[in-house]
Design a protein around this ligand. Sequence first.
Ligand SMILES: Cc1cc2nc3c(=O)[nH]c(=O)nc-3n(C[C@H](O)[C@H](O)[C@H](O)COP(=O)(O)O)c2cc1C
Length: 184
Amino acid sequence: MTKPTLDTAWAQAWDILQQAIAEDRSPLRFVTLATVDAQNAPQLRTVVLRDLDARAATLSVFTDARSHKVGELDTNDAVSLHLWAPDQLIQLRLSGQTVITQGEPMRSDWQKVPDHMREAYGHVPSPGTKIDASDAWTVQPNIENFAKITVTLSQFDIVCLSSDGHWRAEFLRKNNWKGDWLSP
Ligand SMILES: Cc1cc2nc3c(=O)[nH]c(=O)nc-3n(C[C@H](O)[C@H](O)[C@H](O)COP(=O)(O)O)c2cc1C
């Protein structure tokens, strides 16, 4: 067994994120995003990773500006993201703070979204509204609903439960991404 180093652990985490972004159909792109709601309860949902900036340690996802998660982030900008990479046997837990961009400033991203995908940003009534039947909603795509959640990452918690050995490492922005081993 090759013993991991903090450098290889950090590199592996970024390889997984890069792989998620590079491959359109990679299951790694579907991550779980956690927010905290007004009752202080955790809220989880699947989202698609859209962009990654390794230098800045930021990533982004697209969403509907009217969705509950955006309302939650207006009050509490903290998020966690969870990703399980089965080939590498690695769990990533990423935490950070968010900024929402929506509407007209999203024009260049909106132009790259194919028509059928734009439908995701035009459900009427707005996402999470009670309706009388499963199909009692329509689609009116609108750039005003198109939002990007940009996450400035502050923490990586990386767990590997390989039969070659279990390990866990934490990397914090406030320590200039210097890593520490944690008991797994
Ligand atoms: C495979 C899959 C991918 C999804 N991708 C996204 C996404 O990229 N952005 C998004 O806002 N919602 C996405 N959703 C829907 C969310 O999981 C969620 O149901 C919706 O955003 C409403 O969440 P909220 O009420 O917490 O805001 C996806 C759902 C599935 C099943």
